[in-house]
Write a protein that binds this ligand. Structure first.
Ligand SMILES: Cc1ncc(COP(=O)(O)O)c(C=O)c1O
Length: 414
């Protein structure tokens, strides 16, 4: 048994952890009074302390002001959060918007950025993209009168492998050349936990003249992103996973500044109209010349309120420190599995720069192993057909919890 598989080692790491005070900023779920080992931050992040006060604050404004609250507090409510996304997504606040849910936003962005015409009509996605993304792109292709069997190109791993090889991604994109209208990939794949080389993909896609978008559901607040500098056209993400803003939190949207004087197709609504002319109630839109121009409806104030608490934590920690500590924490889980659990294989790349917090694990009888973990008060998830996803996050998971998880898993497997 190696030194790392000991409480002394894990406790020592926790004591030296520069983010240890951040842990106090969250609520921790329990089952029948027993604390749970929570490794599902890739699914739903934990609730930051203070969220109920933030929601109550808005309820009070509603109670005291009624409709006057619109002009005094809510008309530009989303705007207060946008600068906080600058270091998380990599862009300027004018390139961000908060609205709707993720799949809805992918559709709205495809209205603008999927414009099939003549011989340029294909969409490239990763094979095994999140189902909602697959449904969305197929329905967009059909909406434009094309056949997904011809217009949808799915990047596939080499036989017997789970992750995509970057060279293969780039050469497939190159080989489809000018027939590609849109490349829409996950920044981090939900199933394998693989982070794609978004910069290289964007560069090669641009050479062929395609638009490039990313679904950042598993990347936002998890890995380092520089969307503006990479010249990505658009992206959308949900704020309820790593970003801890609660179930159904409004989704984030990025549209590169160079598209802000947009003249192309777009589904519009009054929230995309400039604030200074919105209430003139004109019949033609006077669009905001920023990503907010893609806004349609007024904001869901109660679901947006938790963003304040959640983003304050990211502001305090900073993305660089998050990523640095995440590499160590997930690296610890990886080392323990490799040294103590030879029955497990890890699907996620072992290079920390090609992954975020999550490790996807494969084992015999995986589903029943997952059920046993649940019975032992571990919160993680099972994704069909065969992976167990564990996502230690540096904001609230500890080395000790990772050690406990590995001990439990070892007992189950033996
Ligand atoms: C990669 C990915 N895309 C899309 C979605 C769908 O999100 P929403 O229900 O917010 O549209 C999810 C949800 O987990 C996801 O993980």
């Amino acid at each position: 048994m190696g030194e790392i598989f000991s409480e002394t080692y894990a406790n020592n790491k926790d004591n030296l952890n520069p983010l240890k005070s951040i842990r106090k900023k969250f609520h921790y779920p329990e089952r029948d009074g027993t604390p749970l080992l929570y490794f599902s931050g890739n699914s739903l992040g934990l609730q930051p302390i203070g969220v109920s006060d933030s929601i109550n604050e808005q309820a009070k404004i509603w109670a005291l002001k009624g409709a006057d609250g619109y002009m005094s507090d809510w008309v530009d409510f989303h705007q207060q959060f946008l600068t906080d996304f600058e270091p998380i997504i990599g862009g300027q606040w004018q390139e961000f918007m908060l609205m709707n849910a993720l799949t809805v936003n992918l559709h709205l962005l495809m209205v603008s950025f999927y414009k099939p015409k003549d011989t340029r009509y294909k969409i490239i996605i990763e094979g095994g993209a999140f189902p909602s993304d697959q449904y969305a792109v197929k329905s967009q292709i059909e909406f434009h009168g094309y056949d997904p069997n011809e217009a949808l190109v799915e990047l596939q791993p080499k036989k017997g492998e789970y992750c995509l090889n970057t060279e293969d991604i780039l050469s497939t994109i190159e080989s489809h050349g000018e027939s590609i209208s849109l490349i829409l990939l996950g920044g981090v794949n939900y199933y394998t936990g693989q982070k794609y080389d978004m910069e290289a993909i964007t560069k090669i896609g641009k050479k062929g003249g395609a638009y490039i978008g990313f679904d950042l559901a598993h990347a936002a607040g998890n890995v380092s992103l520089k969307l503006h500098d990479w010249d990505v056209d658009f992206a959308a993400w949900c704020n309820y996973k790593y970003l801890n803003s609660g179930p159904g939190a409004p989704s984030g949207v990025f549209v590169h500044e160079k598209h802000h004087r947009w003249k192309g197709a777009r589904f519009t609504g009054w929230w995309g109209n400039r604030l200074d002319t919105r209430f003139k109630m004109e019949s033609n839109i006077d669009p905001i010349q920023s990503t907010a121009g893609w806004g349609i409806s007024n904001s869901s104030i109660f679901s947006m309120a938790p963003l304040k608490n959640a983003l304050d934590i990211y502001k305090e920690v900073g993305m660089d420190r998050f990523v640095e500590e995440s590499h160590k924490l997930t690296g610890y889980l990886e080392s323990l599995i490799m040294s103590e659990l030879p029955q497990i294989s890890i699907v996620t790349p072992n290079d920390p720069n090609q992954r975020g917090c999550q490790l996807s694990l494969l084992t015999k009888n995986g589903k029943s192993v997952y059920e046993s973990l649940v019975n032992k008060n571990v919160v993680c998830d099972w994704r069909e057909p065969d992976v167990l996803r564990i996502a230690p996050t540096p904001l609230y998971n500890t080395y000790k919890e990772i050690l406990q998880f590995t001990q439990i898993l070892k007992t189950i497997l033996n």
